[in-house]
Design a protein around this ligand. Sequence first.
Ligand SMILES: [Zn+2]
Length: 124
Amino acid sequence: MSEPGQEKTISEQGQEKTLAEQAPSSYECRACGYVYDPAKGDNQNKIESGTLFTDLPENWRCPVCGVPPSQFIDIGAQGAPSGFAENLNYGLGVNTLTPNQKNLLIFGGLGLGFLFFLSLYGLH
Ligand SMILES: [Zn+2]
């Protein structure tokens, strides 16, 4: 278990905790893509929210396709202040900027074209 960018923080109680420990990992079913989120638990199998994937009963099965926990992979903490979350924010930032940049290009282009049009009239 070696996650890149895993930072150690010191809580108010003076205990060292990794970000991964603060936010437990979610696990994704390799068979169907279902994601077990410990913060949500699994209503269908009467798993309480806050139950870690590693604490699930041995007879627990994927609520969607029924495969055993061994078919799940650790996809890391979701929504935690990890590198993954930062990448998500970065993506959203670009997405919100893109329409503005498009408007700038469109209006800027129209303005330049209009000025060029006027300058042609000015010549005659
Ligand atoms: Zn599944």
